[in-house]
Write a protein that binds this ligand. Structure first.
Ligand SMILES: Cc1cc2nc3c(=O)[nH]c(=O)nc-3n(C[C@H](O)[C@H](O)[C@H](O)COP(=O)(O)O)c2cc1C
Length: 159
C-alpha cells in the first residue's frame, strides 16, 4: 500500500462502476439526458437516490427549475446513447432526437421512461446540497421499472 495523488488512486480503484442516465426537463418543456457515474442509493424507506451534477451542465439548470428526474440504468445495448449523452450538451442538441431512443411517459411527472434500459426510477427531488463544483440532488423514488432480460451497462462498456 503506497500513498499517491487522489486522482491516481481514484482512477485505479473505481471499476467496475455502473452508468446511469438522468432524464430531466428544461424551462421550454424539452427533455434532456445526462450520463452519470456519480449516483447512489441513499435510503431504503423511503427509497432514495442521489445524483451529483456539475454546475456547468445544462441538466443542472434543468434540475433547479423542474424538481423531478428519472434515473435510468441503461442496458449494454445502449452504449451509443450513453456516449452521446455524456459528451454533448442539451444546450446544443436535442439528445432524444439524436439518439432516437424509444420511450414512453412515466407516471410521476411524465418524464420519459427508456424502453431499452435495464431499469428506470422516477424520482421527486426532496433536497439538494452543494458539493464543490457539483450539486447533489436527492430524489425520492415514486415508481420503478425493470426489464429482467437486459444486462446493466458499466463504464468499461463505454471505453
Ligand atoms: C461515463 C461518464 C460519466 C459521467 N458522470 C458524470 C457525473 O456523474 N456528473 C456530471 O455532472 N457529469 C458527468 N459526466 C459528464 C456529462 O455527462 C456531460 O458533461 C454531458 O455532456 C452534460 O450534458 P448536459 O450539458 O446536457 O447536462 C459523465 C460523462 C461520462 C462519459
Amino acid at each position: 500500500m503506497k500513498r499517491k495523488d487522489f486522482s491516481k488512486v481514484h482512477a485505479a480503484s473505481k471499476h467496475p462502476a455502473r452508468v446511469a442516465l438522468a432524464i430531466v426537463k428544461d424551462k421550454n418543456e424539452k427533455y434532456n439526458m445526462i450520463t452519470l457515474e456519480w449516483f447512489m442509493k441513499t435510503s431504503i424507506k423511503p427509497p432514495m437516490f442521489a445524483i451529483s451534477i456539475g454546475h456547468t451542465r445544462y441538466s443542472h439548470e434543468c434540475l433547479q427549475s423542474f424538481r423531478f428526474f428519472n434515473l435510468c440504468l441503461p442496458s449494454k445495448e445502449m452504449t451509443d446513447v450513453s456516449k452521446i449523452c455524456g459528451s454533448r450538451s442539451g444546450r446544443d442538441i436535442d439528445k432524444f432526437e439524436v439518439t432516437k431512443v424509444d420511450w414512453f411517459n412515466g407516471k410521476l411527472a411524465k418524464l420519459p421512461i427508456l424502453k431499452d434500459a435495464k431499469a428506470n426510477f422516477e424520482c421527486k427531488i426532496v433536497t439538494q446540497v452543494k458539493s464543490g463544483d457539483h450539486t447533489i440532488f436527492v430524489g425520492e423514488v415514486k415508481h420503478s421499472w425493470l426489464d429482467e432480460e437486459k444486462e446493466v451497462q458499466t463504464v468499461k462498456d463505454l471505453m
